[in-house]
Design a protein around this ligand. Structure first.
Ligand SMILES: Cc1cc2nc3c(=O)[nH]c(=O)nc-3n(C[C@H](O)[C@H](O)[C@H](O)COP(=O)(O)OP(=O)(O)OC[C@H]3O[C@@H](n4cnc5c(N)ncnc54)[C@H](O)[C@@H]3O)c2cc1C
Length: 427
């Protein structure tokens, strides 16, 4: 994709082909124009088309080029912040409605995959949040009790049971969330695009929107080869926003995140690591994540970019970390490595905003965009087809305020991750 081997790694190598799309040439009209072909834009396109609206999606590069084609593939329930923090930020009514929506969002993803036979390595055996030391265990205990108060029973595994589920004794326990699972992320994005096209959505790739001109009753989106005129516009460009509405990008601080994939492991090793195929990550501040793909590759990731010296620092660290967590693997070779940027907002919650009378944007999933992107895409479609009111969406409409010194912080975060991994390499 985009001729960059560091962009989508194993997902590009193992995904079914993208559906056929064209570059926009000429002027088209639609009821709704959507900018960005990731989960949010594609889910919105699917539900709008199903509701009988004409929809055009403009994607600057390719389907799944942004976070949707590069992520770890953990279909999680809820956000990264604790449930009580969400209600403290949004107030009890909206906060609980958001938690209810996000709690059932993995179900929505897996139901859609099943109903539409999307070929994306979907496995719904839960995810494991792994505790590092006693402080990690306390954090997971607190998270479990906050969900339990909301009627959701997460399973807090003691060290022995966690070791059996992980194939590793490196952790002091784990929180098993049965609502969650894993997918091949790029395959899910391409599958969603196929389903949206079948429902009638028109998707143009290689079609960056370079200017948006609001007008009375119709907004014009200019591209290099043409234009889209639509009554309503959804901006679903998130952390990969370019050309238009830079405030969507500036309301987030970019956290770089890399992954390496091993070659497919032998049958014996495959059975010893994550035998139930749960996706996992840990409670460290500079966290590690790991999961298997359908062919038995271990996919191991952490914070950092693979640009410049990051490539060798993080690759060396990943090999050592794997050897420490899964000593049965010995010294592993990586088949591919890639990275992407995760947009983090100040309160770690997504931003819903109105950027003109007929222009809505949603962004800032803070590393939890598979299930939320799918669910919010549907909600925006339901809003534009008057099946629901704006107040039904459990996020406040907010102005996009840039994070102070956000862009300055980004190289510091990338360097900090390298330092942490360099230091860990020495011990
Ligand atoms: C390395 C990494 C790991 C992650 N791991 C997970 C995980 O395990 N689980 C999870 O739930 N989430 C994870 N995330 C987050 C998740 O991937 C994102 O939140 C989600 O993909 C966002 O989807 P989206 O559709 O909103 O945006 P994106 O998928 O980023 O799509 C935005 C699209 O807009 C296009 N675009 C931008 N500007 C324009 C323009 N002017 N004209 C036309 N098109 C434009 C871009 O090219 C891009 O394709 C991870 C993210 C990364 C980067």
């Amino acid at each position: 994709m985009n001729k960059d081997p560091q962009s989508h790694g194993v997902w590009e190598l193992t995904s079914p082909e993208a559906p056929r799309t064209e570059v926009l040439s000429g002027d088209v009209t639609a009821d709704v124009a959507i900018v960005g072909a990731g989960y949010t834009g594609l889910s919105a396109a699917l539900h709008l088309a199903r509701a009988g609206r004409s929809v055009v999606v403009a994607e600057a590069v390719e389907i799944g080029f942004g976070g949707s084609g590069r992520n770890v593939g953990l279909v999680n329930a809820g956000m990264w912040v604790m449930p009580d923090k969400i209600t403290a930020t949004l107030g009890p009514d909206m906060g609980e409605r958001l938690l209810a929506l996000l709690g059932q969002a993995p179900q929505e993803v897996f139901d859609l995959i099943r109903a539409e036979s999307i070929d994306c390595e979907a496995v719904r055996t839960g995810t494991l949040h792994c505790a590092v030391g006693n402080s990690g265990l306390r954090e997971l205990g607190e998270r479990a009790s906050q969900w339990r108060r909301r009627g959701v029973d997460l399973e807090l595994l003691k060290a022995g049971n966690a070791a059996a589920a992980l194939g590793s004794t490196a952790y002091s326990g784990a929180l098993l969330d049965h609502r969650a699972g894993t997918i091949q992320p790029l395959a899910y994005a391409r599958g969603l695009a196929k389903v949206a096209q079948r429902a009638g959505a028109r998707i143009y790739t290689g079609t960056a929107v370079t200017e948006i001109v609001p007008g009375a009753g119709a907004t014009r989106l200019r591209t290099r080869g043409g234009s889209i005129t639509a009554a309503k516009v959804i901006l679903a460009t998130d952390a990969y926003t370019q050309h238009v509405f830079p405030e969507i990008r500036d309301t987030q601080v970019m956290l770089p995140y890399f992954n390496f994939a091993t070659q497919p492991l032998s049958d014996n090793l495959r059975q010893s690591i994550l035998p139930y195929r749960q996706g996992a990550w840990d409670t460290r501040e500079v966290l590690s994540s790991f999961r298997m793909d359908a062919a038995g590759r271990l996919i191991f990731g952490s914070v950092g970019s693979l640009r410049g010296s990051g490539q060798s620092v993080h690759q060396g660290w990943a090999r050592r970390a794997i050897a420490r967590i899964f000593p049965q693997l010995g010294d592993v070779a990586f088949e591919s490595g890639w990275h992407g940027q995760i947009g983090m907002t100040r309160d770690h919650l997504p931003r819903l905003s109105r950027l003109g009378p007929d222009i809505l944007a949603i962004s800032g999933y803070n590393g939890r965009g598979i299930a939320p992107g799918t669910a919010f895409g549907r909600l925006l479609a339901e809003l534009l087809t008057e099946q629901r009111a704006i107040g039904d969406i459990p996020l406040p409409l907010r102005d996009l305020t840039a994070v102070p010194f956000g862009r300055l912080r980004e190289p510091i975060i990338a360097l900090g991750a390298q330092l942490v991994h360099l230091v860990e390499n020495r011990f």
